[in-house]
Design a protein around this ligand. Structure first.
Ligand code: UD1
Length: 421
């Protein structure tokens, strides 16, 4: 397994291009299963999760062609099986996103249960409950979800909890259902809206996009000739590099991004002392060489502060001026980075859903590893401000969700290298 070695102490500066959003690409590639016509999805990030999704669709018989500009052409006319096998689903929970489209278009789906996950139990009960209410027959056998439906029926769904992939699965299922579906308490994440806009481009009738009530008028079929859809830029990748720059007292400009999807994060960076300037598709952050102030954050569904930025802000607080409390309300077990940061000299106390962080003068480089994507990224950030070398192990987690992280950080002046095992 590859490792990253970071030698801390460099102030980040320069310009960076943000990649397409992982969390848009995954549902949109799954949503392509609904299309009767070949379509092209562009601005696809270079990520391991994309490779996994392509393998998943490929095994179903879907034809996929990717070009050097990361556009994927998807043709579902040769699809011949409706299964998402365990060995793929266990490496990427988001594989569950094929359930809604397969069921809606082909009336059958055989999808492995995602099983345990490093960041809490993460069940899929709300996905299954919604599909059942739309008339699907669902059994769970041998670790697989077996779902059947002649044609799904539109209905009124009130989501018990806000779930991003749950909303996406039900939204995709509803596009081909008979009649109207209303999804109340829907997730409002920009990636949900991106999926809905994509589905509408294929002929779906979705309204209420961006709100917590989605209304979907079912249609008989989806597809559009010559459709090329570019996915949204990645707000979490954007936020991660901005925090990296802020921690090092740096000054960077990120382009090909969407500042209006990052309001809560930018507010917190300002509170930490960053000067922030934005245009339509760029953000500039300038710390003027200062250390950040500690900032308290509380994670919650969009538009509140994202749980996917929690670990990075924890990293920033480890070396900030003052004391702050990080409260995680979305996932139950999302503080695995804390133990590793403590090994680097961070002063963090965990009290149930809170991490109380007291800034220290300096972290010390150490060998560390993490068990999920954002936690691993936060350890890279910690390494940027640590004295000496930090070796981050198990970086396959990072490769799942960050496009060429070491090249992008090196471009900003970080001393970082990948060592193959
Ligand atoms: C998505 C994102 C992930 C992000 C998360 C929260 C993708 C591919 N992944 O994950 O990066 O961290 O949203 O913003 O988009 N829950 C249930 N029952 C269900 C479904 C969810 O109880 O059927 C709970 C979960 O355990 C969790 C909460 O709902 O506590 C939110 O999870 P959810 O929004 O579903 O996360 P994902 O969609 O898996």
């Amino acid at each position: 397994m590859d490792k990253l070695i970071i030698t801390g102490g460099k102030q980040l500066s320069g310009e960076l291009r943000i990649s397409g959003a992982k969390n848009s690409a995954l549902p949109i590639l799954a949503g392509a299963l609904l299309s009767e016509t070949p379509i092209i999805v562009g601005n696809i990030p270079h990520l391991h999760d994309i490779t996994t999704t392509m393998e998943l669709l490929g095994r179903m018989g879907v034809q996929l062609v990717i070009d050097e500009k990361m556009n994927i052409e998807i043709d579902t006319s040769t699809i011949n099986n409706f299964e998402a096998p365990y060995e793929l689903v266990r490496t990427m929970r988001a594989s569950i996103l094929v359930l809604g489209p397969l069921l809606a278009r082909f009336g059958s789906a055989h999808v492995s249960l995602p099983g345990g996950c490093a960041i809490g139990t993460r069940p899929v009960d709300i996905h299954l409950d919604g599909l059942t209410k739309m008339g699907a027959e669902i059994k769970v056998e041998g670790g697989y979800i077996l779902a059947q439906a002649k044609r799904l029926k539109g209905t009124h769904l009130v989501m018990e909890k806000i779930t991003v992939t749950g909303t996406e699965n039900l939204l995709m299922a509803a596009t081909l259902a008979e009649g109207k579906t209303v999804i109340e308490n829907a997730a409002k994440e920009p990636e949900v809206s991106d999926l809905a806009n994509f589905l509408n481009k294929m002929g779906a009738k979705i309204s209420g996009i961006g709100t917590d009530i989605l209304e979907i008028e079912g249609v008989d079929q989806l597809g559009a000739k010559d459709l090329h859809y570019d996915i949204l830029p990645d707000r979490i990748e954007t936020g991660t590099y901005l925090v990296a720059a802020a921690m090092t007292g740096g000054n960077i400009r990120v382009k090909n991004t969407r500042p209006n999807t990052l309001d809560a994060v930018l507010e917190k960076l300002k509170e930490a002392g960053a000067e922030i300037f934005t245009g339509d598709d760029w953000i500039k952050l300038d710390m003027k060489g200062k250390k950040p102030q500690a900032v308290s954050v509380r994670t919650a569904p969009y538009p509140a502060f994202p749980t996917d930025m929690q670990a990075q802000f924890t990293a920033m607080n480890t070396i900030a001026e003052g004391v702050a409390v990080i409260t995680e309300t979305v996932f139950e077990n999302r503080f695995m980075h804390v133990q590793e940061m403590q090994r680097m000299g961070a002063d963090i106390q965990l009290e149930s859903h809170n991490a109380i962080c007291k800034g220290v003068d300096k972290l010390a480089g150490a060998p560390v590893m993490a068990t999920d994507l954002r936690a691993s990224a936060s350890l890279v950030l910690a390494g940027l401000v640590a004295e000496g070398d930090t070796m981050v192990d198990r970086i396959y987690h990072i490769d799942r969700g960050y496009d060429h992280i070491e090249e992008k950080l090196a471009q900003l002046g970080a001393k970082i290298r990948r060592v193959p095992n």
